[in-house]
Write a protein that binds this ligand. Structure first.
Ligand SMILES: *Cc1c(COP(=O)(O)O)cnc(C)c1O
Length: 407
């Protein structure tokens, strides 16, 4: 086999489909987010980021940066090992306490990313609970799917957010078979939200555990940023809450929060926890500061909600189609991978607006989109510029418009 020719031809196929991924080379300006420098070869241009998952700008927050500087100066760079072998530092212990408190749980367990936390926790539960069946929402994140697959447990995919379908599956299973329902609160591509209470009701009725990925909700929903389950008073009804420290908390890392026994079980059996170096203590300290800040401050959440509402209203007035949903995510629908990539390129090159195109396999073919995430640090001028640019391009690209609200 000509290995290099194989790799090239597979990549060419992706390019032809418009699905080849190109990363934007960005340099954020501290204190000036969402502004950044975009490096293109030797050139540098100013852009505004409209697709960051640092939803609240906490990656720039003075108390987060201060905590990271302090920790770095006091304890140095890396953790120096796995949690088992000298990598458990006081910053990790404090962060796990903070996370347990955030979700009203007895315990929490840290991982190096949200991806790893899903993969390791679901992989371990599925592999180690005899006869477990995992009932997984059809739109669950790749990290949950991979964890479940890796566990080799019996797996049932239920229709996205469809309670009747979930119940049909639960009812078809033996009453005494152990069950785990795995789902998300805010689904990151469509921005819709799961009926958490009703899923917990079904879990009670059929004696199932629940596993809730709140990655796109922690920091942003609930009075203390505990997520949608906190907002709806349901945290105590969910068996395991999973989250990330890399999105609204602005740093990096992932975790589960649950009973002492569940956390201790995963800690004791998960390869993806045991055999990898712990997060740098400064990262743990920064995440801890972000969580503490967002437990006590609503300013960022309110600012984000206001920016989201405003962008939606302005898009409606311009007739630009976007999915109507109850979250902070605004998917502007394009429906064609080549046009989606073109729009994104022109937004960047001509308007200094950075929105990454979202194409297959992240979303189904035909539902390609620009996913906009307004934040409390976007200004009125940023919003005007964004909507102006999209309005011009929508005409040039001959994309479908909705009937204009103003007409
Ligand atoms: C991003 C994401 C993850 C992974 O979290 P990271 O901390 O980025 O690894 C998990 N679940 C969902 C739904 C996500 O969108």
């Amino acid at each position: 086999m000509d290995y290099q020719a194989f790799f090239s031809s597979e990549l060419d196929k992706l390019r032809d489909e418009g699905n080849y991924r190109v990363f934007a080379d960005l340099e954020r300006e501290r204190g000036n987010f969402p502004k950044a420098d975009n490096h293109v070869g030797e050139a540098v241009r100013k852009v505004t980021i409209w697709c960051s998952n640092d939803y609240l700008g906490m990656g720039q927050h003075p108390s987060v940066l201060g905590a990271m500087h302090d920790a770095l100066d006091k304890v140095g760079a890396g953790a120096g090992g796995t949690r088992n072998i000298s990598g458990t530092t006081h910053h990790h212990v404090l962060l796990e306490r903070e996370l347990a408190d955030l979700h009203g749980k007895d315990a929490a367990l840290l991982f190096t990313s949200g991806y790893v936390s899903n993969w390791a926790a679901l992989g371990t539960l599925g592999a180690k609970i005899p006869g477990l069946v995992i009932l997984s929402d059809a739109l669950n994140h790749a990290s949950m799917i991979e964890g479940i697959r890796h566990s080799k447990a019996q797996r049932i995919i239920w229709k996205h957010n469809d309670l009747a379908d979930l119940e049909r599956h639960l009812a078809s299973l033996p009453a005494n078979q152990p069950k785990l329902i795995a789902f998300e609160s805010v689904y990151s591509m469509d921005g819709d939200i799961a009926p958490i209470k009703e899923i917990c009701d079904l879990a009670d009725r059929y004696n199932a555990m629940t596993y809730l990925d709140e990655v796109h909700a922690v920091g942003m929903y609930g009075p203390r940023g505990g997520g949608v389950a906190e907002r709806e008073g349901l945290m105590d009804r969910v068996t395991i809450i999973e989250g990330t420290l890399g999105k609204a908390f602005g740093v990096m890392g992932g975790y589960i929060a649950a009973s002492t026994e569940v956390c201790d079980f995963v800690r004791s059996f998960a390869s993806g926890f045991i055999f990898t170096t712990a997060l740098p203590p400064a990262v743990a300290a920064g995440a801890c500061a972000a969580i503490r800040h967002l437990k006590n401050s609503n300013k960022e959440r309110l600012g984000q909600q206001e920016a989201v509402a405003q962008v939606r209203t302005r898009l409606d007035a311009a007739g630009i189609p976007h999915i109507d949903n109850p979250s902070h995510i605004i998917p502007v629908m394009v429906g064609d991978p080549v046009k989606c990539k073109w729009l994104s390129d022109v937004l960047m090159n001509r308007y200094g607006v950075y929105i990454q195109p979202i194409n297959y396999p992240t979303v189904p073919k035909g539902t390609e989109r620009l996913r906009i995430t307004p934040s409390p640090v976007h200004t009125q001028a940023d919003i005007d510029h964004l909507v102006g640019a999209l309005t011009e391009l929508w005409s040039q690209c001959q994309l479908a418009r909705l009937p204009m609200a103003a007409q």
